[in-house]
Structures are given as structure tokens and as C-alpha cells.
Design a protein around this ligand. Structure first.
Ligand SMILES: [Zn+2]
Ligand SMILES: [Zn+2]
Length: 140
């Protein structure tokens, strides 16, 4: 499925393809600080193509991750691994976020008790996620 999206001011527009993991929520402390809420994102593989001249900034928040934002309006746009693969785009960049079903909640043990998402879905703790990444490292 082909998708288009943009930041708040419209200077950073992009095209992307929907990836196999669909949409998920991340409750980790970095995502919450960066996005200003729970980070809801859509897997776009490595397909995101920004408009030429888009005023993009990036922040390397961890050894492997990078967060891309619009320098003009400050909108959070996507999290990606530093090799530019595994791009997870903010669901709020898209015209109709309700087109994506939130299939997974990550870092559920980092979620503040002050909010919760409605509905049932797969949930992963920090320990489960790091175990999964460790397995992926071995496969390389
Ligand atoms: Zn912008
Ligand atoms: Zn996170």
C-alpha cells in the first residue's frame, strides 16, 4: 500500500510503502519525550522518500536508533535504525491515522499508569524486546 504524509507545516512531505509489521505503540521513555505522547508508528520498511529540500533534522538517541524531525515546525516524523532501514513513521503524519490498526504495544512495562490504550493486542516488555534484538544480531 502506498502512503503519503507530512509534518505539521507541510515543508517535510514524503511517500512510503506500508511494511509487514503494520502499526504499533511504543511506551519507552525516549519515544514519549520525543513525540510528546505515546509514540504511535507505522512500519514503512526502508521505503520513506522525502520531498527534495525537506528541512530534516535528526537525533541519534541511542547506539542504533535515529529520530528524524522537521526543522521548520518540530514535528516528530520517524524513528529508524542508523542504517536507514527499519523506518517507523509517526502515525500522526498521515491524513487518516485510523486506517492503521495498532497491533502491538512495546515497552509496556515503561508505560506510565496515567494512560492506557483501549483494546487488546500483543504487548512486549523491555526484557522481551532486548531478547528479540539480541536474536536478530546473531542472525546477521
Ligand atoms: Zn514541518
Ligand atoms: Zn520507544
Amino acid at each position: 500500500m502506498s502512503l503519503t504524509g507530512s509534518c505539521l507545516c507541510g515543508a517535510s512531505t514524503f511517500e512510503a510503502e506500508l511494511g509487514p509489521m503494520g502499526a504499533g505503540a511504543c511506551h519507552c521513555g525516549m519515544c514519549r519525550k520525543w513525540s510528546g505522547g505515546v509514540y504511535l508508528s507505522v512500519d514503512c520498511g526502508e521505503s520513506v522518500k522525502f520531498k527534495e529540500g525537506a528541512p530534516l533534522g535528526s537525533y541519534k538517541g541511542s547506539e542504533w536508533g535515529e529520530r528524524v524531525f522537521c526543522k521548520d515546525c518540530g514535528s516528530s516524523l520517524l524513528w529508524q535504525t542508523q542504517d536507514g532501514k527499519n523506518q517507523h513513521v509517526s502515525i500522526q503524519c498521515f491524513e487518516d491515522p485510523s486506517q492503521f490498526e495498532i497491533g502491538m504495544e512495546l515497552f509496556i512495562d515503561r508505560k506510565p499508569s496515567s494512560y492506557a490504550l483501549e483494546g487488546e493486542r500483543n504487548k512486549m516488555t523491555e526484557a522481551e524486546i532486548f531478547a528479540m534484538f539480541a536474536d536478530m544480531e546473531v542472525e546477521k
